[in-house]
Design a binder for this molecule. Structure first.
Ligand code: PEP
Length: 251
């Protein structure tokens, strides 16, 4: 059985005060939840304060990105050890906004995945197609290529520290979620690919989240799909009540 995993990506939102208030409100709302893994993913500058507020609770903390080098002259970048130092367990890597706004490619994303695993962080590796790619019937090809390239060099005994997040780019922040059937179809495809790249046993254990306009109204139906093991939530994770309702839908 795969334990559901719900993570909230706060993106470039919140303030020093509101980030701590948000995690405190969430803590109170989900304190009795034991059957779902929960993470919040604040901006870098609020990680330490949010991790301190979440300490000892059932809420883990993740970062929105990381750099693959250990230390040195990489102005503006943040290393895996720095993230661990401030209390991070997870790190989102290859989010569509980093791919398509900042311009990250699969080879850079792969280096980040390998560095995170080596450092003992758990990557949430995002993959997903653009609308034009879906309309051209290329979803499977795009997701296969991204997943294969970004997992290159990940050893079998490291794989289960990775969560894959299937996030169709056309669904992120648009209010237009993939239908449960569309999500399930791609999740099955990813699981079959992982079985081919690794083994059926690992594929059966690997968690695959869905992300893209997930909200309280559609969470239960999405998570109800056999191969949807949780959600990566953007906008709806900024309201403690909404995010808590989605976590409870996964129980
Ligand atoms: C995301 O940021 O990963 C995401 C899925 O955003 P939203 O839920 O706002 O579509």
């Amino acid at each position: 059985m795969r334990k559901p995993f719900i993570a909230g990506n706060w993106k470039m939102n919140t303030t020093a005060e509101s980030s701590v208030a948000l995690v405190n409100a969430l803590k109170a709302a989900v304190k009795d939840v034991t059957t779902v893994d929960i993470a919040v993913v604040p901006p870098f500058v609020y990680l330490a304060a949010v991790a301190k507020a979440a300490a000892g609770s059932n809420i883990a903390v993740g970062a929105q990105d990381v750099y693959f080098e250990g230390n040195g002259a990489f102005t503006g970048e943040i290393s895996c050890d720095m993230l661990k130092d401030v209390g991070c367990k997870y790190v989102i890597i290859g989010h569509s906004e980093r791919r398509h706004v900042i311009g990250e490619k699969d080879d850079l994303i792969n280096k980040k995945v390998l560095a995170a695993l080596k450092a003992g962080l758990k990557p949430i590796l995002c993959v997903g197609e653009l609308l034009a790619e879906r309309e051209a019937g290329k979803t499977a090809a795009v997701v296969t290529e991204q997943t294969t390239r970004c997992l290159a060099g990940v050893a079998a005994d490291q794989l289960l520290n990775v969560t894959i997040a299937y996030e169709p780019v056309w669904a992120i922040g648009t209010g237009r979620n993939a239908t449960p059937d569309q999500a399930q179809e791609v999740h099955v495809m990813i699981r079959k690919l992982v079985a081919k790249l690794y083994s059926q046993e690992l594929a059966d254990k690997l968690r695959i989240q869905y992300g893209g306009s997930a909200k309280p109204a559609n969470a239960a139906e999405l998570i109800g799909q056999k191969d949807v093991d949780g959600l990566l939530v953007g906008g709806a994770s900024l309201k403690a009540d909404d995010f808590a309702a989605m976590i409870k839908a996964a129980q």
